[in-house]
Design a protein around this ligand. Structure first.
Ligand SMILES: CSC[C@@H](O)[C@@H](O)C(=O)COP(=O)(O)O
Length: 358
């Protein structure tokens, strides 16, 4: 399974080469595959804000490389370069509020600088750290895929229908994906008959990105409107809903793409199992519950317009782009440190004490 999973890394969203960060512009996929080169932290912050790069782990990795770009520019300027580096740090931290991977990666970069020996080269150390963040996300994808597949097998090993939301694949991570990594692994093991992909209004991460990734690999995928999910659970033999996460709190509540919460409610009603797949960099033990998670609200025009053309009436639009699924609706959280079934505060604390499994 490992080799076939790694083949899915042919698709990637982030490339660090020749001292620049290259991001695949996810706003225009699947119609155009355009890479944009970034050489400044401000440029990367704007790329995150405007969704050139998206998906919690991918945002964190991009921010880490942005801090390398910042160090190079600020050291060249001379003077108190660390104060200027902190300004870039703040700019990046302000780009999107919900995915904690962003803040996790930034603080790892700052810690690296704080631990630097006096004669060490800060730029080289930061680059090594950013690459390590990227690499460890790839590794985490592999471990989670294996654990998630084992969990599916434990409950029901034969081919089944799976429903997913948003995009959690190679485009959203440093590897081949979190939830989509488990789905890929389950398909390789002959345990997936069909994947139902929610289109994921309003950015259409499901129809543009997830459906594209799966179809490219010959994994049977059917696209559906988000509002069809309950009907599909009732009529199409769905056994698992498998999603990613942007922030998981100390009690096991999960923030993910808007619409995830209603999937969990519907899954509970229909007896469909609900799995969340996320690396431990998505877990925020500083927040007691999901009520404390800052939920990003984006411009209402994202709902009122399609392709820049007005389609909605002249009214206000409320556009929260994440919601919080309470822990008691979740069957399992799969991380690279292990699986937490029926999450609660004690089990999450135990998980975070464990070492990574790879
Ligand atoms: C592995 S990605 C997990 C989440 O980041 C994903 O489900 C999601 O909600 C992405 O939202 P986005 O707004 O596209 O950044």
């Amino acid at each position: 399974m490992r080799d076939r999973l790694l083949a899915a890394e042919k698709v990637k969203a982030i490339d660090w080469r020749d001292g620049a960060l290259y991001l695949l512009d996810q706003r225009i996929l699947p119609f155009e595959e355009t890479w944009i080169a970034y050489t400044s932290a401000a440029g990367v912050a704007e790329a995150i804000r405007s969704m050139v790069v998206r998906g919690a782990p991918a945002i964190g990795i991009s921010a880490a490389y942005a801090m390398v770009l910042s160090a190079r520019a600020r050291i060249a300027e001379g003077g108190d370069w660390q104060a200027a580096w902190e300004e870039d740090y703040a700019l990046l931290a302000d780009s999107r509020p919900t995915a904690v991977n962003l803040f996790w990666a930034l603080s790892r970069m700052r810690d690296r600088l704080d631990r630097l020996k006096e004669d060490a080269d800060p730029l080289a150390a930061l680059e090594v750290e950013a690459i390590a963040i990227h690499e460890s996300d790839r590794e985490a994808n592999l471990t989670m895929a294996q654990l998630g597949v084992d969990l599916i097998r434990k409950h029901q090993g034969n081919a089944q229908a799976i429903l997913t939301h948003c995009n959690t694949g190679a485009l959203a991570t440093g590897g081949f994906g979190t939830a989509l990594g488990v789905i890929r692994g389950a398909f390789i093991e002959g345990m997936v008959e069909r994947v139902y992909a929610d289109e994921t209004r309003p950015w259409l991460q499901g129809s543009r990105l997830t459906a594209w990734e799966l179809a490219n690999e010959g994994i049977p995928v059917t696209l559906n409107a988000d509002s069809a999910a309950a009907h599909i659970m009732k009529t199409k033999g769905v056994t698992w809903v498998i999603v990613g996460a942007d922030r998981i709190t100390a009690n096991g509540d999960v923030a993910n793409k808007i619409g995830t919460y209603q999937l969990a409610v519907n899954a509970m009603h229909h007896g469909v199992r609900f799995m969340v797949v996320a690396p431990s960099s998505t877990i925020d033990m500083n927040l007691a519950s999901g009520d404390e998670i800052p939920i990003e609200e984006r411009d209402g025009r994202e709902l009122l317009e399609v392709g820049g053309k007005r389609v909605g009436a002249d009214v206000d639009a409320f556009n929260p782009v994440f919601d919080v699924t309470p822990a008691d609706l979740i069957d399992a959280i799969v991380t690279e440190k292990g699986i937490v079934e029926r999450p609660d505060t004690a089990k999450m604390a135990q998980l975070m004490c464990r070492k990574r499994l790879h």
